[in-house]
Design a protein around this ligand. Structure first.
Ligand code: AVJ
Length: 322
């Protein structure tokens, strides 16, 4: 690890274009074409995602934010004095502010994210608004377990994973993540998890296929990235965004559908598409309350308290290491 006083960068964490090419080729030459979801979030993708969060159809962000604000004082009351808040995949740390406002006894904040620029910006703005808070960003892949920075030593640890980002994992990978978060946080820790719950497809589908086409642009940006960064020759107009509810797997899926038979070049390879063939780019699993509770319990977390919003069910769980 390379360590400075205010920023910790995990070795080998910064993604290279070699990784991107290798991952993209593996996905695009598979019998059912896929591209890894994490590549949706370059600077442009992150900007588009922020825009999605403000769309009328995209209920999760505003639902969770409202619930967090409502329960912030209850959450704060169960957070010990001098605690460290550790956020997984913190991005711009927007939702964190509701907790920080309600829990001034939080003294250290460790945002973990793969994007150093997002961490730098978030840290600067939080330090300005919370001058007594020690902000110690960790540039790392939040899905793996990590040694926390020295500033967290000897303090109670509270994990924070809002945004239903856990829905991007398969249930199996979500279980692994919850276990590795427990390994990072330690035996006396607590964990605050935000999870979107399954609801009517009439509500979920438009959330992933909005009228303004922002989600379509977000999805298509993946192909634009392949062109920009790896010299591929995707014609963006020749692919359409599609959002589908997969009832059997209880998940929203995003695909890019080839509008015609076509051949695309990437890294010296020819990739052939039939008309209607899709590239699967994202899963957003929607849990029942019971299903997420079972997953958490299997990973070693005990639910202390939970809140579910209405009319759009979204759950926030306060758990402790069992
Ligand atoms: C950031 C993973 C929570 O799945 O709802 C939004 C990403 N994709 N619109 C989600 C996303 C399309 C979002 N998460």
């Amino acid at each position: 690890m390379t360590e400075t006083s205010e920023l910790v960068i995990e070795e080998g964490v910064l993604p290279s274009s070699d990784d991107f090419l290798r991952d993209a080729l593996a996905g695009l030459t598979a019998p059912r074409k896929t591209l890894p979801t994490k590549y949706l979030y370059d600077a442009e993708g992150s900007r588009l995602f922020e825009e999605i969060c403000g769309l009328p159809e995209y209920y999760p962000t505003r639902t969770e934010t409202a619930l967090l604000q409502t329960i912030a004082h209850d959450l704060a009351a169960s957070i010990s004095r001098h605690a460290v808040l550790v956020e997984f995949g913190s991005g711009a740390s927007v939702k964190t502010r509701a907790l920080l406002d309600a829990a001034p006894h939080l003294e250290v904040y460790v945002p973990i994210d793969i994007s150093q620029s997002a961490l730098d910006e978030a840290a600067e703005s939080l330090r300005a608004d919370f001058p007594d808070l020690q902000v110690v960003p960790l540039v790392a892949d939040f899905t793996a377990s990590h040694a926390l920075p020295a500033a967290a030593d000897g303090r109670p640890h509270v994990g924070f994973f809002p945004g239903s980002t856990i829905g991007n994992f398969s249930p199996e990978a979500a279980g692994h993540f919850l276990k590795s978060a427990l390994a990072t946080l330690g035996a006396d820790s607590r964990f605050i998890l935000g999870v979107d719950l399954a609801k009517e497809p009439e509500v979920m589908v438009p959330a992933y296929d909005d009228a303004q086409g922002v989600t379509a642009a977000f999805n298509l940006n993946l192909l634009a990235r392949l062109n920009r960064e790896l010299g591929a020759d995707f014609v963006l107009d020749a692919f359409a965004h599609r959002a589908v509810w997969n009832e059997a797997e209880s998940r929203m899926e995003m695909h890019l559908v080839s509008r015609k038979e076509q051949t695309v070049h990437l890294g010296g390879r020819e990739i052939v598409f039939t008309e209607g063939e899709t590239i699967h780019t994202e899963n957003s699993h929607k849990y029942t309350y019971e299903a997420i509770a079972v997953l958490a319990a299997k990973a070693g977390w005990r639910i202390e308290e939970s809140w579910v919003s209405d009319p759009f069910p979204f759950a926030i769980l306060l758990m402790s290491a069992a």
